[in-house]
Design a protein around this ligand. Structure first.
Ligand code: FPP
Length: 233
């Protein structure tokens, strides 16, 4: 039965399956990521602009993804760099705040400067895209706790952690969608996902579609969210 009270403020995607998409076509993995980046732009625009969802986030590059061949890693990081330039150039068309979530200290100075510029130029907009890059969910919690200790805290509350993790002002995701047919979160949003509704689809990310977003959002509306309480208590 549809539940109209299920407000959808934040939708999040684990964009999996680029490599397999390329392999099926006998193409190098980089081609899959390039298609994945195109799809990412389409889906983000669709969710923010047409579905009027205020927050969208994506798991784009994990702390574990550095284990991949150097050429592949470079290819992915270059796609982000190009994307950052587009966000800066087209900011008054997209009207979208971009935030990078993750440990950015590992990136070169110029890369970090481009991330900061992207965030600064887009900071005036309300609807928000969170891009998890060099992101690890467990690291995020440990980093937050260490930061709080360094600030002199001796007792730490849930609110302290919520306010200190990378997502900060973003509300927790209402929906997390993983494409590519794996049924796990892979160290994604370990803190934020406590009450997220989870969706898994076998569709490989480059094949993912707006129609599928519509179907999943409809399914979300039919889910009963109790947050640990009792239905109709
Ligand atoms: C997982 O698929 C995907 C990644 C690790 C990279 C995701 C990156 C993009 C979609 C490009 C993002 C670009 C921008 C501009 C945000 P996989 O390679 O693990 O796929 P597989 O499981 O089929 O091998």
């Amino acid at each position: 039965m549809p539940n109209d009270e299920n407000v959808l403020n934040h939708i999040s995607f684990i964009m999996d399956g680029n490599g397999r998409w390329a392999k099926k076509r006998l193409l190098p993995r980089e081609f899959g990521h390039r298609e994945g980046a195109k799809k990412f732009r389409d889906i983000v625009e669709y969710c923010l602009e047409y579905k009027k969802i205020k927050y969208v986030s994506v798991y784009a590059f994990s702390t574990e993804n550095w284990k991949r061949p150097e050429k592949e890693v470079k290819g992915i990081l270059n796609l982000f760099y190009d994307y950052m330039n587009t966000c800066i150039k087209e900011n008054d068309k997209n009207k979208m705040r971009v935030r990078f979530l993750g440990n950015r200290s590992v990136f070169s100075e110029s890369y970090q400067a481009k991330m900061a510029e992207t965030e600064q130029v887009t900071s005036k907009y309300e609807r928000t895209l969170g891009i998890c890059i060099n992101y690890g969910g467990k690291d995020e919690i440990v980093d937050a706790v260490n930061k709080l200790i360094a600030e002199g805290k001796t007792t730490i509350t849930k609110e302290d952690i919520t306010n200190t993790i990378y997502t900060g002002v973003m509300p927790p995701p209402d929906m997390i969608v993983r494409t590519g047919g794996e049924y796990r979160l892979s160290n994604y949003f370990m803190w934020q996902s406590a009450y997220s509704e989870l969706f898994f689809t076998k569709t490989l990310w480059p094949d993912f579609s707006k129609k599928e977003v519509d179907e999943l959002v409809e399914e979300y509306k039919g889910r009963q969210r109790n947050f640990g309480g009792v239905k109709n208590a």
